[in-house]
Design a protein. Structure first.
Ligand code: FES
Length: 143
């Protein structure tokens, strides 16, 4: 290999490595590993599983699932779960049992039991999850 060929190959190798260095974070962002998204069991911030019986007693609970704040509601014998981050400016929503609505304390938004915006400024509904109870654990799945 002559000198020109050597520098051409060296330049190509450096270009390829630079391209990989920029592409790797983009690929990791677009296709997160399941472990990076957190698991589908509703837990406390400390990672302790929240027993289903404690939610049944109080009607609702905010915990963590998929690495995100999640609201689980037990109402009229039915389990429901939603992302707990308001779609307006990101406050954590709460269950209001008297109204049977999910409310946002920041700007007064109200969401129905299907996650749709009933009133207030949020531009879109809350993401909803399917709930299964297994051995007193609350498991969430994409709806
Ligand atoms: S942040 Fe929830 S209504 Fe504004």
């Amino acid at each position: 290999m002559n000198r020109r060929g050597f520098f051409t190959r060296l330049t190509q190798a450096i270009g390829s490595l630079t391209g990989l260095a920029f592409a790797a974070p983009v690929v990791a962002y677009l296709f997160p590993k399941p472990s990076q998204r957190g698991n589908n069991t509703l837990t406390t911030l400390d990672g302790e599983a929240i027993p289903a019986e404690t939610v049944e007693k109080h009607g609702a609970r905010v915990g963590i699932a998929f690495g995100e704040p999640t609201l689980v509601v037990f109402s009229r014998g039915e389990w429901k779960a939603f992302e707990a981050v308001c779609s307006h400016l990101g406050c954590i929503v709460r269950w209001q049992p008297q109204e049977e609505k999910i409310v946002c304390p920041c700007h007064g938004a109200r969401f129905g039991t299907d996650g749709r915006v009933v009133s207030g400024p949020p531009p879109r509904p809350l993401k909803r999850y399917r709930v299964e109870i297994a051995q007193n654990n609350i498991l969430l799945f994409e709806a």
